[in-house]
Design a protein around this ligand. Structure first.
Ligand SMILES: *Cc1c(COP(=O)(O)O)cnc(C)c1O
Ligand SMILES: [Zn+2]
Length: 419
């Protein structure tokens, strides 16, 4: 295995600010990070990546949560609501049932607004403050809007969110609403919302905080760093594989970047990099299609449908970063049915872990890959669960047991329990 992107040694260009700069992943052009607002390369429109002259070692990390990893981030502190430091649960019954050596669940639903999006927002909103913008915007399948609304209001900024009408889970809209975002319900899918908000951002209407924004991914790198530190503490080894749901493929890109930076810093051997394994719903699986076809680019799916609304995405914007991440780590991508997602949601709930449907896709994907023999029985695996059960109460109630009506007296209740 060779991590091609890890070979270029960091060397600060003239436009770096305190050892931090933006670099185009396609043409290599560099840009000053905080002088003006920019989301893609001026020259070729390629995706940008945040680069550092100094890469941290594990010894540089101190404290708790996302900002423990400040040495791997562009700032020492951010607009914070104590995000990160999420549990890495043991699940012995599920581990046995699926049949792997070790299975741990990294439950990102335990973040302040109930999803991993908080990790990206604490950094992204800090950058917005640095740039001096006063309005933030995103397109969202729900969780990004909840995080943007909460972190934006904490940072004292206006927030604007574009959501696909009728396709966002109730808990997420409630959060965006109470935290004071202006919610625009678009008569179209997520991909249409993102097209619009990108044009608004290009016109200077607002600062874009979708995962196209490279600073979001810096915060999300810390998921990978926490998983690695957790496994090193418990097993003295990093996981063989990390399985995660894929929507816009921001996390896939962010974890890959975290690992590349550790390899560059000499903290992780190339052969030890965990295999990044992406899972999509069958009705929204353009990344899986590209991996299966060995394609260099993802073809946009115009019609997408799945109960896992957080990953109901047909045009994963971070695909150019994520495809090499999956391939160069020796991972793969797999599609699972909505039924398998609901089953996995119940499996996790049976271990006391409440997740929303998209999150359960990781466990459904692991089960499928294990049954196909693609995942070995001796593997140490971490599954990422991205959002909390309460985000989508309707899906949880539909997947769970029906309430049973009883009369308002003990005798009646006892009689009912006998049946
Ligand atoms: C945003 C989100 C995803 C998709 O993550 P990407 O980084 O865009 O691939 C998955 N699950 C949940 C719950 C999310 O909110
Ligand atoms: Zn470029």
């Amino acid at each position: 295995m060779s991590l091609s992107l890890s070979t270029n040694q960091p060397r600060a260009p003239d436009n770096a600010d305190d050892g931090v700069w933006l670099e185009c992943i396609d043409c290599g052009d560099t840009f000053a990070p905080f002088e003006d607002v920019r989301y893609t390369c001026d020259d070729c429109d390629g995706l940008l990546e945040v680069r550092y002259a100094d890469l941290p070692t594990f010894d540089d990390f101190e404290g708790q949560g996302v900002w423990r990893y400040a040495a791997a981030l562009p700032f020492d502190a951010g607009v914070s609501i104590q995000e990160g430091a999420t549990p890495l649960y043991e699940v012995p019954r599920l581990e046995d049932d699926i049949g792997v050596e070790t299975l741990r669940i990294k439950h990102e639903g335990m973040n302040p607004t109930g999803s991993f999006k908080d990790r990206g927002m604490t950094v992204g909103v800090r950058v917005a403050a640095e740039l001096g913008v006063d309005r933030l915007a995103c397109a969202s399948t729900g969780n990004t809007s909840a995080a943007l609304a909460a972190y934006g209001s904490r940072g004292g900024m206006e927030t604007l969110v574009l959501l696909p009408a009728g396709k966002v889970a109730a808990g997420k809209i409630a959060q965006a609403s109470l935290h004071g975002a202006r919610i625009l319900e678009v008569d179209g899918n997520f991909d249409a919302c993102l097209d619009i908000v990108q044009e608004l951002a290009a016109g200077g209407e607002a600062y874009l905080l979708n995962s196209l924004n490279p600073f979001r991914l810096e915060g999300q790198k810390t998921i990978g760093l926490e998983i690695l530190e957790g496994f090193l503490a418990d097993y003295d080894a990093v996981p063989d594989r990390i399985v995660l749901p894929v929507g816009n493929a921001g996390n896939t890109s962010a974890l890959y970047k975290a690992f590349r930076e550790l390899v560059q810093a000499g903290e992780l051997a190339e052969g030890d990099v965990p295999k990044l394994t992406g899972v999509q719903a069958e009705g929204a699986a353009p990344m899986v299609e590209a991996i299966e076809n060995g394609a260099d680019e993802v073809q946009r799916w115009d019609d997408v449908e799945t109960r896992a609304t957080a990953i109901r995405i047909g045009n994963p914007v971070n695909a150019p970063k994520a495809l090499p991440g999956i391939r160069e780590t020796g991972g793969t991508a797999v599609a699972v049915s909505d039924e398998a997602i609901t089953d996995a949601q119940r499996d996790l709930a049976g271990e006391g872990i409440g997740v929303e449907p998209a999150s359960a896709a990781s466990v459904a994907g692991l089960r499928k890959l294990r049954s196909e023999g693609i995942v070995d029985d001796d593997e140490r695996v971490a599954c990422l669960t991205t959002g909390h059960l309460l985000k989508d109460p309707d899906a949880a109630a539909a997947a769970g047991r029906e309430p049973e009506p009883v009369s308002a007296d003990t005798a009646g209740v006892l009689e009912h329990l006998q049946n």
